[in-house]
Write a protein that binds this ligand. Structure first.
Ligand code: SF4
Ligand code: SF4
Length: 416
């Protein structure tokens, strides 16, 4: 068996060096003999640089204006493609990736010329303030899915999402979203960071998303320390979330199919209630374990690979540097085992909880941010515990109502 694998690798290496007429042959060879395995969501920190100075930015104090070398990204994807026949997402992230538009373009171009390009879906997560004709051309050329950060209506968004002179960015982001929509390009949707300023105003956010004719929005709770005044209060967030669910239920049950909307976190929780024994297909963060290091990795500007982009600079999530270490060794790091075994099933504080299979609160990065890296965060239940307790109890109760189940089943269609 070992010999077979060695011979196979040699054959692949030979095919790698042959001319383009063998590209298809090589791709077929890999798809036939190499299994689908390993990480498939790859976050590329294109740059530390950003044109904004949002108050809650986790990169704020470490902005060095570094930029990744596209060849480093190519080397990572070449090795990923050799080791698995999975489809993969190449997620251009930052800082603000579009602050380094040429680097984004070069990364897409290089990967697009590889034999495995049909397996790659490009995505960009942007603050939405640098959307111009060049960006739109690039998005079209490489079929890039685009996600824009928007925290809500004007006064909410502008509270923290400001430029370097302290001016709000809502109007510029709306212009960006409208330019993308005019080209029918907003295929991923809008990501709202939920902090203390907007956790009670989620319905306003959904109303805005409806006005913009968005089909999908996502919430990402602010990841901060226990003493941060931006960390949302669980009770207030739970109330805001319930209101959002009721708004969405009413909207979707009355809207034409093409006008219905999705809320990723609601989809994730409903999925985990309906299919408790199936890996969560909507969000890897709701899986047990989460996808850090197994389904997901990130690469920093200098080639350092982490188990998750949210764990960057956390020593125990550092897996190796792709410029110095082969990917096979990086993915063989014993540190991955740690994250792949970190689940509520192993937490004493959660042992009696009857929703531990549905709770989305086990993100190590959020616990580290909240409790501190040198605390005993590993043994602690989520600081969002009360939020999940309340929301899951609420949804379980609502799912006994036929009309709510109709709404929930519509959300789940094609997800199992
Ligand atoms: S709801 Fe609380 S106790 Fe239950 S699994 Fe989640 S963090 Fe643990
Ligand atoms: S570490 Fe957190 S953000 Fe990263 S995959 Fe796990 S749950 Fe998701």
């Amino acid at each position: 068996m070992r010999m077979d694998m060695d011979n196979m690798k040699k054959d692949i290496a030979i095919l790698k060096n042959t001319s383009s007429i063998f590209k298809t042959m090589r791709a077929n060879y890999i798809s036939k003999f190499i299994p689908s395995q390993g990480p498939h969501a790859i976050v590329i920190k294109v740059t530390d640089n950003c044109n904004l100075a949002c108050r809650y930015c986790y990169r704020e104090n470490e902005r060095k204006k570094s930029v990744i070398d596209p060849d480093t990204v190519l080397s990572l994807f070449d090795q990923l493609a050799e080791s698995s026949n999975s489809e993969m997402e190449c997620i251009l992230h930052g800082g603000e990736p579009l602050a380094e538009m040429e680097v984004c373009r070069e990364i897409c171009d290089k990967i697009n010329n590889r034999y495995y390009a049909p397996r790659i879906q490009f995505r960009i997560q942007t603050n939405g303030t640098i959307i111009n004709g060049e960006v739109i051309d690039m998005i079209k050329k490489y079929n890039i899915g685009i996600g824009v950060s928007l925290d809500g209506v004007l006064d909410v968004h502008d509270k923290y999402r400001q430029d370097c002179n302290g001016r709000g960015t809502f109007d510029t982001v709306m212009q960006g979203i409208n330019k993308l929509k005019a080209e029918d390009l907003l295929s991923v949707g809008v990501l709202c960071t939920v902090a203390s300023h907007n956790s009670h105003r989620l319905v306003d956010f959904l109303e805005l998303a409806k006005q913009l004719s968005l089909s999908g929005v996502a919430l990402s709770p602010f990841s901060g320390s226990a003493d941060s005044d931006m960390t949302p209060d669980n009770k207030i967030y739970a109330k805001g979330f319930r209101e959002a669910v009721e708004w969405l239920e009413h909207h979707n049950l009355n809207a034409e199919p093409d006008k219905r909307m999705r809320l990723r976190e609601l989809d994730s929780i409903i999925y985990s209630i309906i299919y408790p024994d199936t890996p969560n297909k909507i969000s890897m963060c709701y899986g047990l374990p989460c996808g850090a290091g197994t389904k997901h990795i990130s690469i920093e500007c200098d080639g350092r690979i982490y188990a998750c982009d949210c764990l960057c600079d956390i020593e125990e999530a550092f897996l190796g540097n792709i410029n110095e270490t082969a990917l096979a060794d990086i993915l063989g790091s014993p540190k991955i085992k740690y994250f792949s075994e970190y689940t509520s099933n192993n937490l004493e504080e959660c042992s009696e909880c009857d929703i531990k299979g549905q709770c989305g609160g086990h993100c190590p990065s959020r616990k580290i941010a909240y409790y501190g890296e040198n605390s005993d965060w590993r043994r602690k239940r989520s600081h969002q515990c009360n939020f999940y307790q309340e929301i899951i109890a609420y949804l379980r109760k609502r799912m006994k109502e036929p009309s709510f189940m109709q709404f929930a089943e519509e959300l789940m269609k094609a997800k199992k």
